[in-house]
Ligand binder design. Structure first.
Ligand code: ATP
Ligand code: MG
Length: 558
């Protein structure tokens, strides 16, 4: 793990002996949605710091809000953390397991005169709180006696009051310049069924109260959270100091923001609910499960997280940097194959009808150990429709009438004729001749061609579906929404293009869901879960064009 300010702090604690040399971190998702790439940053950081310091990292479900949480999310989160390559071993925890202990801690604060039952409504609490410029006012219930508070709190727990009738609040300072310290609510009444504790509770702890206790109970040493909790830290500290319990160090870092990417779970849920995407694992989603289905590897995501580093100031990372990471990884390990997405038929007039042959193709030029394979060639082939122009513009070097090009691993071919649909005028077929002396793709007379095309043999080709993706939002910052607009207004109407009549080289017949390939000249693709035997479906993970590599070169002045 590269040096960062959090590691510096851990080193300092090691020197001063603050936690007896122990390092315990945690990743504390609320199971109210699927994990996204921002969570990946937090996972890599927490598990990474624990590993680098001989410590441990807990996976803790922060399940204190019964109305939005579900078992489905718990399972998905576990799967995603594991897939990313991290192991929590025995250290799986649920905040809901601590409800009784939290309750007892609250009773202790009431006994100390540091918490009280308040009858103000949520709206009134808001009014009494004041603002940055207006100091708060004391609740009329602030000076209830300890005995009365204990009795009322017990009756809250017993279910004697309806939702919203009362709260338990910390008694701190209604004039504090930090609004979080103006007698924050610790418990609210909520008659709701919890996915783990069922109907055992009708009062539920608020985040600020619960989170520090969870950390303390688990004897976490370094509680790493995102920047927006910085001004909650005095409250985190206040609760633990008043209780006199184990006191972890809260440390804030800048959350990951990615251009063209939304990371609010609430909004991601809305995309799913409204059917804008096919589900949490839609390959356009920034979720871990979406990235996985799209073809991302855990290695690429971890590398990306390592490269962006951790900072103390918010910024937006270019999504091209994430794509750069997956390209680099797949370039090293994805097998190259040939696939034609928008097929145009080519007939090699001087190639015998009854003949076919197998040509040798390199599986991965980056990895000689990947070896070679044989690709069938015959009289009728398919090439990419966009690799032919009847009337080629100046910089177009691919096929055109009279023009010779190389077919990768095969022969030089020359276009000698064009067949068109008599009604639409559309080109339906190219007539070509091949030069048998160029087998393998080189001319003995050193004759040169300016383009090399991919192709597949029509008789041997596999038919398949290919899904091309573009970013889900047209706006670089989809979290920012102009007045009168909704974030859904910025959804890209062309975020997916489905091509149903693609032709793939026959070696792909055995490819299983999740396997990844480079389609030569087209990008990296991954077999989708929708694939059936003989009817493969591929997702394009990323194109070959690397805009980030260019930016990086420019930055270092190369
Ligand atoms: P919401 O979208 O509802 O605000 P959340 O993203 O905070 O939820 P949690 O389940 O509470 O979701 O997050 C679990 C952990 O992941 C937290 O410690 C949080 O700080 C971290 N985390 C969440 N989003 C990001 C992000 N974009 N970058 C880095 N860490 C993040
Ligand atoms: Mg949160």
């Amino acid at each position: 793990m590269p040096a960062n300010f959090i590691q510096d702090l851990i080193d300092e604690h090691a020197r001063t002996g603050r936690f007896g040399g122990r390092v315990v971190t945690r990743f504390p998702p609320e199971p109210n949605g699927y994990l996204h790439i921002g969570h990946a940053k937090s996972i890599c950081l927490n598990f990474g710091l624990a590993a680098a310091n001989g410590g441990a990292c807990n996976l803790r479900f922060d399940d204190t809000n019964p109305t939005t949480e579900e078992l489905e999310y718990v399972r998905a989160i576990e799967e995603d953390v594991r897939w990313l390559g991290f192991d929590w071993g025995e250290r799986l925890y649920y905040a809901s397991n601590y409800f009784e202990q939290m309750y007892q801690y609250a009773v202790a604060l009431i006994r100390k005169g540091k918490a009280y039952v308040c009858d103000l409504s949520a709206e009134e609490i808001g009014e009494y709180r004041g603002s940055f410029t207006v100091p708060g006012r004391d609740s009329p219930w602030r000076n209830r006696g300890v005995e009365e508070n204990l009795e009322l709190f017990a009756r809250m727990r017993a279910g004697e009051f309806p939702d919203g009738a009362k709260t338990l609040r910390a008694k701190i300072d209604m004039a504090s310049p930090n609004l979080n310290l103006r007698d924050p609510v610790m418990y609210r009444i909520l008659h709701a069924r919890h996915h783990r504790t069922a109907d055992a509770w009708c009062i539920y702890p608020m985040y600020d109260w619960a989170h520090g206790l969870e950390d303390s109970i688990e004897r976490v040493t370094h509680s790493i959270c995102t920047l927006e909790f910085e001004n909650h830290r005095p409250l985190y500290d206040w609760f633990l100091d008043e209780l006199g319990v184990h006191h972890p160090q809260q440390i804030e870092f800048a959350r990951l923001n990615l251009s063209y990417t939304l990371m609010s779970k609430r909004k991601l849920l809305e995309l799913v609910r409204r059917g804008v995407v096919a589900g949490w694992d839609d390959p356009r989603m920034p979720t871990i499960s979406g990235l996985r289905r799209r073809g991302y590897t855990p290695e690429a995501i971890r590398e990306f997280c390592a490269r962006i580093g951790v900072a103390k100031a918010d910024s937006v990372v270019d999504v091209a940097q994430l794509e750069h990471a997956i390209r680099e990884d797949l370039n090293r390990r994805a097998a190259r194959v040939m696939a034609v997405l928008r097929p145009l038929r080519v007939v090699i007039e001087n190639y015998p009808e009854d003949r076919s042959e197998e040509l040798e193709a390199i599986n991965n030029p980056e990895d000689p150990s990947a070896g070679v394979r044989r690709v069938p060639f015959s009289r009728v082939l398919y090439v990419e429709r966009e690799d032919f122009r009847e009337d080629p513009p100046k910089q177009f070097f691919r096929l055109a009438p009279g023009r010779e090009v190389r077919l990768r691993y095969a022969y030089f071919v020359r276009c000698v004729g064009v067949t068109k649909d008599p009604h639409s005028g559309e080109v339906t077929e190219l007539r070509c001749t091949y030069d048998p002396a160029t087998r393998g793709g080189d001319a003995p007379d050193q004759r040169r061609v300016k383009a090399t095309l991919h192709w597949v043999s029509a008789a041997h080709a596999l038919r398949g579906e290919v899904r091309l993706y573009d970013s889900l939002f047209t706006r670089a910052d989809p979290e920012e929404v102009d007045a009168g607009r909704d974030f859904l207004d910025d959804v890209n109407p062309r975020s997916v293009e489905v091509l149903r009549d693609c032709r793939l080289e026959p070696s792909l017949a055995a490819a299983s869901p999740g396997s990844r390939f480079q389609f030569e000249r087209l990008g990296y693709f991954c077999v989708d879960a929708d694939s059936r035997l003989g009817a493969p479906v591929f997702n394009r993970t990323v194109t070959l064009r690397d805009t980030w590599a260019k930016i990086e070169r420019r930055q270092v002045g190369r």
